[in-house]
Design a protein around this ligand. Structure first.
Ligand code: ATP
Ligand code: MG
Length: 293
């Protein structure tokens, strides 16, 4: 199954989330059957990240958005662990600090956008400014309603500058969310993850669905597509996202840069240095000036 084709939000098309089953697993029957494929995708991602870094001309931005407990943290933990920390970073978007709130809403996202050669993951993102902000009426509609276009312009500027953008909405059902809240309650190691807002936000589910539908419909573009990832099954979520990232990076035309030196000349220098070292060893040997002597 080609997840890029199957899960993409088609640009210009109105998204209806109720038509997408959060428990969907394609033709994949079980977690066990998918494990090998997930591992292969993760290895491909790691190798391609090394190539992206060496190539140094492009970058990758992965945006993760979802309601609570849909698995953003799990995706990061399972899929980005093998990448070299030297070229990868994750940034979590919380409520804006005073300094962030004093700037335009894209300011903090722009600061964290990847430099050439880098992979950056946004755990939540600038989309919060048309999601939580809209649902809670934190700014008037006249303000948030202009942001879809501003986001498209911002992302176009990034893609024109060599950044590939992939955006994932992790789609879970209210039943699955409640089951995961229950697990957090029962597992002392996960109690710290519980917050009051988990339950108050849950009551706003329909408003969030409406906000997500509009955001995804209006900002999915060919260059920066949204994917709706059925996420009730964690293994399918991991399979789909790893496949989409690996396939996308594969198609970026990444290449090892050519050597920056004259290799024949360096080869001569190498042999001269090796000969010099040999001669020095022989001289020292004759004079008995070695450590064992
Ligand atoms: P977890 O799923 O583990 O709970 P989280 O991403 O929900 O992780 P939290 O620290 O619980 O992390 O929540 C961050 C909160 O900050 C979210 O409720 C999010 O909606 C909110 N937030 C992010 N950006 C903005 C914004 N621009 N304006 C207002 N609230 C925001
Ligand atoms: Mg939370």
């Amino acid at each position: 199954m080609d997840c890029r084709k199957e899960l993409v939000v088609k640009p210009g098309r109105k998204l209806d989330l109720s038509g997408i089953d959060p428990s969907y697993t394609g033709e994949h029957a079980s977690a066990e059957a998918a494990q090998g494929e997930i591992q292969r995708n993760v290895s491909r991602m790691d190798a391609l990240q090394a190539l992206l870094y060496a190539d140094g001309r492009q970058s990758l931005l992965v945006v993760l958005q979802a309601l609570d407990a849909a698995g953003k943290d799990g995706v990061i933990r399972h899929l980005f662990t093998g990448m070299n920390p030297q070229g990868t970073s994750v940034f979590g978007f919380k409520q804006p600090s005073a300094e962030e709130a004093a700037h335009d809403f894209l300011w903090r996202a722009h600061q964290r956008a990847p430099a050439r050669g880098q992979v950056v993951v946004f755990n939540r993102s600038h989309y919060e400014d048309v999601l939580v902000v809209r649902v809670h009426g934190l700014v008037p509609e006249s303000v948030w309603s202009k942001r879809y276009e501003l986001i498209c312009d911002f992302e176009k500027m990034l893609t024109d500058n060599g950044t590939r953008i992939l955006k994932f909405f992790l789609h879970i059902s209210p039943e699955e969310q409640l089951a995961r809240f229950r697990q957090r309650l029962e597992d002392p190691a996960r109690n710290w993850k519980i917050s009051e807002s988990d339950y108050s936000e849950r009551e706003l589910w329909p408003a969030y669905v409406e906000a997500y539908e509009e955001a995804l419909s209006r900002t999915s573009t060919r260059e920066a597509p949204w994917y709706v990832v059925p996420a009730n099954h964690k293994w399918f979520r991991n399979l789909a996202i790893s496949q989409i990232i690996a396939d996308t990076m594969d198609a970026m035309g990444l290449k090892l840069p050519p050597a920056r030196v004259d290799l024949a000349e360096i080869e001569r220098k190498y042999h001269a240095a090796a000969a010099e070292l040999r001669k020095a060893r022989e001289r020292n040997g004759k004079n008995g000036r070695n450590h064992n002597g």
